[in-house]
Design a protein. Structure first.
Length: 139
């Protein structure tokens, strides 16, 4: 009887821990830019030109001379601001928030981060303004 009670307690504790670990990811409020930028459901992957880190949870992706996107990761990456290269997981010709991963490469180490949101910039002036806003006006 004592063993059954201990097993039930252990099962309840495991269920509680697993329920807590599946809570939705909350990104900092500074990344809620729905009233400033166009939130897009996906972008085409086949035309990626360059990227530049904004901070440790976001970067700007350039897909053509006039198309820029803000990519926001689910969690912070200490390596993103210092990395020389990134990759986006290969899932065809589209990049989807919540589905594709960003692989941050740094000195032989590779970390994977899920894309949380994608915003489209209307022009480069908006890129500069949002970059300054997110980085605290330092860039």
């Amino acid at each position: 009887m004592k063993t059954i009670r201990q097993s039930v307690r252990l099962l309840i504790a495991l269920l509680f821990v697993s329920a807590c670990s599946t809570a939705p990811v909350r990104i900092p409020e500074k990344y809620n830019l729905d009233n400033q930028l166009e939130n897009v459901p996906h972008i085409f992957k086949f035309s990626l030109m360059s990227w530049a880190a904004v901070d440790n949870q976001s970067f700007i992706l350039q897909t053509s001379p006039n198309n820029y996107y803000l990519i926001i990761l689910d969690i912070k990456s200490n390596r993103l601001p210092f990395s020389n290269s990134i990759q986006i997981s290969n899932t065809g010709y589209m990049i989807w928030p919540g589905y594709n991963n960003v692989l941050v490469n740094d000195d032989g180490f590779e970390d994977s981060y899920i894309i949380n949101k994608i915003y489209r910039f209307k022009d480069y002036e908006q890129v500069r303004a949002i970059r300054a806003q997110l980085s605290g006006g330092t860039k």
